[in-house]
Design a protein around this ligand. Structure first.
Ligand SMILES: [Zn+2]
Length: 129
């Protein structure tokens, strides 16, 4: 595993900071207690286009658990990372932007019309009123 892509793991809690009152910091003196706070990680992965995308996850109970989760994210291929980062809206937008007249619709989107992509499947439900 490349050191430069290892990301960070840290512990935080939601006690208000005595000075700023802000929550979610990493300076609470009780963070040394085993059962106080939870573990988070932050790292960068590259998507299919080579863009660096930040991933942050949290709520892990132990440093070992958060390290395993971070390593699993870092071990993903860029295709898997892209699939994980993209929302359905992003995928549909990408597909519509790349679909030509001969591009078959994805299986989940077929059956709504006989004319391909000119009318999306959800069009039959009409516009929200
Ligand atoms: Zn705290």
């Amino acid at each position: 595993m490349a050191k430069k892509a290892a990301g960070v793991v840290f512990k935080r809690c939601w006690c208000p900071d005595p000075v700023t009152g802000r929550r979610g910091g990493r300076t609470c003196p009780r963070l040394a207690e085993r059962a106080h706070g939870s573990w988070y990680f932050g790292c960068y992965v590259s998507d299919l286009w080579g863009r660096r995308r930040q991933i942050r996850r949290g709520g892990f109970a132990s440093k070992a658990a958060v390290t395993r989760a971070r390593d699993a994210v870092l071990a993903r291929s860029c295709e898997q990372a892209t699939a994980h980062l993209w929302t359905l809206e992003t995928w549909l937008g990408f597909w519509l932007s790349t679909a030509g007249p001969s591009t078959p619709a994805p299986p989940a989107l077929t059956g709504a019309t006989s004319t391909g992509i000119s009318s999306p499947p959800w069009a039959r439900y009409g516009s929200p009123s």
